[in-house]
Design a protein around this ligand. Structure first.
Ligand code: PMP
Length: 442
């Protein structure tokens, strides 16, 4: 055990922590001091297996020397360059590498600093695109129940999590939502893509008709909804959304902040499912979670529509001080090299059968009412305790942390998404630990 008082400040009050029960946390804080590959070390010297790749982002594992070194070198060479009307080579080089991985025809990227910024950028891009094309009456945005698209105003508005919305008044107007894709009765304990529910996509047709198709700018969905408990799309569902969007000239945005960079066994979920969106938002795994950076990928027609305007104008009045930041770009390049050298962008597909088998072996643990998986993502849904809907999963989280395993919970769902470097024996360790937690009277 190391001496936690040497590293942890006495006073924890000044830091108002995000998405955290601050009062409860500060009575019994949980903190990491270091990390390497698949493991964190806590401030009191305990080892914790990372079952969630941080927050779905550390896809290549922790403190990878190549990425660390690239950041160090870039910080000493060019720390910052203005992002508007000026640039530096690595941002362009990274964009070239990124579009090589993207679905065919998505040849351009716009940089942001987070998933939330990627989402709001994508929504603004969709609105602006229709205006550039002379269709400014397309102003409506459609999200999905149980969708998570970050916490900026656009993303909160198209998002479908009640608790994230209700503190903030009306949010954006002109937004509607299609139903989520979770069918607990028909699809419980499905391995991979569920059989039932492709027709849920047809709700888009009804909502579009209700508002008049010519007023709808874009539809945004996560190919696999992550933060709301891993909702895998029913077979054929995404293609059906694509068809409806095409029919009505509506842009389809995939929010790949979680699914991007290998999580489901292809560089992007769009490729895994064989459905190409018009705009694709990413962040997290782009820099292995190490430096804040996001990228919005766009289809060439969308990019070209902006480029074909009058030459003296700035084409898209949008951008961030840190768009394409040199250190983030260097981290992104080193991350992509690491993914490619180690085959991590497709590794989830190779490991998926073993992952699936081990995950579903928890089926008979007490209170487990559903298990779902795709690539290296998994979810275990627990029966809620009456009147205390999040208690059971959260107590599993606390017990797992004590036992040396990091899991993530949302409501009564445990979500798993380990770094893509995980070995079979580490998968065994993860599920052995989780089984002990679930069998332990939570
Ligand atoms: N979109 C999706 C699908 C996400 O999962 C997240 C983060 N979990 C975001 C957007 C927001 O990303 P960030 O926290 O980097 O703003």
């Amino acid at each position: 055990m190391s001496d936690r008082s040497a590293v942890v400040p006495n006073n924890l009050e000044a830091f108002w922590m995000p998405f955290t029960a601050n009062r409860q946390f500060k009575q019994a804080p949980r903190m990491f001091a270091s990390a390497k590959d698949m493991y964190y070390t806590t401030v009191d010297g305990r080892t914790v297996l990372d079952g969630t790749a941080g927050l779905w982002c550390v896809n290549a594992g922790h403190c990878r020397p190549k990425i660390t070194e690239a950041i160090r070198a870039q910080a000493g060479e060019l720390d910052y360059a203005p992002a508007f009307q000026l640039g530096h080579p690595k941002a362009f080089e990274l964009a070239n590498r990124l579009v090589e991985l993207a679905p065919e025809g998505m040849g351009h990227v716009f940089y942001t600093n987070s998933g939330s910024e990627s989402v709001d950028t994508a929504l603004k891009m969709a609105l602006a695109y229709h205006r550039v094309k002379g269709q400014g009456e397309r102003f409506r945005l459609i999200g999905r129940e149980r969708g998570y698209h970050g916490i900026n105003f656009g993303g909160t508005s198209v998002g479908g999590i009640v608790s994230n919305r209700k503190m903030f008044g009306t949010l954006l107007t002109g937004v509607d939502h299609i139903p989520h894709t979770h069918l607990p009765d028909a699809n419980a304990f499905t391995k991979g893509e569920p059989e039932h529910g492709a027709d849920l996509a047809d709700a888009l047709e009804r909502i579009v008709a209700l508002h008049d198709p010519s007023t709808v700018a874009a539809v945004i969905v996560e190919p696999v909804a992550g933060s709301t408990g891993v909702l895998i799309p029913p077979k054929g569902y995404l293609q059906r959304l694509r068809n409806i969007c095409d029919k009505h000239g509506i842009l389809l945005i995939f929010d790949e902040v979680i699914t991007g960079f290998g999580r489901v066994g292809a560089p992007f979920a769009a490729e895994y499912f064989g459905v190409t969106p018009d705009i694709m938002t990413t962040a997290k795994g782009l820099t292995n979670g190490v430096i804040p950076m996001g990228a919005v990928f766009v289809r060439d027609e969308i990019h070209d529509a902006f480029m074909n305007g009058p030459e003296h104008m700035i084409e898209f009045m949008h951008g961030y001080t840190y768009s394409g930041n040199p250190i983030a770009s260097a981290a992104g390049l080193a991350t992509l090299e690491t993914y490619q050298e180690e085959g991590l962008l497709t590794r989830a597909q190779e490991l998926a059968p073993y992952w699936e088998e081990q995950l579903h072996s928890l089926k008979d643990c007490p209170h487990v009412i559903d298990i779902r998986n795709l690539g290296l993502i998994g979810a275990i849904e627990l029966e809620p305790i009456a009147g205390e809907p999040t208690k059971r999963a959260f107590s599993a989280f606390l017990k797992a942390y004590e036992d040396g395993l990091l899991i993530r919970t949302t409501g009564d769902i445990i979500a798993l998404s380990p770094p893509l470097i995980i070995s079979k024996s580490e998968i065994d360790e993860l599920f052995d630990k989780l089984r002990t937690v679930l069998m332990n009277n939570i």
